[in-house]
Design a protein around this ligand. Structure first.
Ligand SMILES: [Zn+2]
Length: 193
């Protein structure tokens, strides 16, 4: 059965808002769980529980404003994982939830989720992001972005120092060495004050 609220939304729709286009009206009925949307946001259909990703693509060329918005329907197999992360529902196997997340959720969304999740949940999934640092390539880059974003959140410096010091040596890259340095410095500052 087609959902009366979101059924008419295509799986992926763009609007050139810089040129007065806008996303289909149905998109305005979707709800965000977060008070402040950045450039990436999640939206829930109150009718059927489907999840969407909303993205802002600001683009300015000369005098033309080519700002675009994009709304993409997430595959149903990703919904439960997203909800567990949003609610901090990670027991008994946080690493398992994160494996699903790395497989089914886009990296930019996961980064935004990590920023918005509860402090305890963030500490709980930190080892999964640290593990990704050792895979190299895009996986490392995405994980590092999340950890640099969130390392100043409660308990994160401490947790990351602990995890990175226990990790196989040497660390995989200058980027990860710098992350550890930053966390140690943050920790020293905290202990000194
Ligand atoms: Zn719906």
């Amino acid at each position: 059965m087609t959902c009366a609220t979101c059924g008419e939304l295509p799986d992926d729709v763009w609007a050139n808002t810089g040129r007065d286009q806008h996303l289909p009206d149905a998109s305005r009925k979707l709800k965000s769980p977060w008070p402040h949307a950045s450039g990436v946001d999640v939206r829930l259909c109150p009718g059927c529980g489907a999840w969407f990703v909303w993205r802002d693509h600001p683009q300015y060329y000369g005098s033309g404003n080519l700002d675009e918005e994009q709304l993409t329907r997430l595959a149903p197999r990703a919904w439960r994982t997203l909800e567990r992360l949003l609610h901090g529902d990670l027991e008994p196997d946080a690493a398992g939830v994160m494996r699903e997340a790395f497989t089914h959720l886009p990296a930019d969304l996961l980064r935004e989720v990590a920023r918005n999740m509860g402090d305890e949940a963030r500490l709980r999934v930190a080892p999964s992001f640290v593990e990704r640092l050792f895979l190299g390539g895009q996986a490392e880059e995405d994980a590092a972005a999340v950890l640099f974003d969130t390392r100043w959140r409660p308990g994160m410096d401490e947790r990351l120092v602990e995890l990175l010091e226990a990790a196989p040596s040497p660390l995989p890259s200058k980027r990860v060495e710098y992350l550890l340095e930053q966390c140690r410095a943050g920790l020293a500052k905290k202990r000194g004050s």
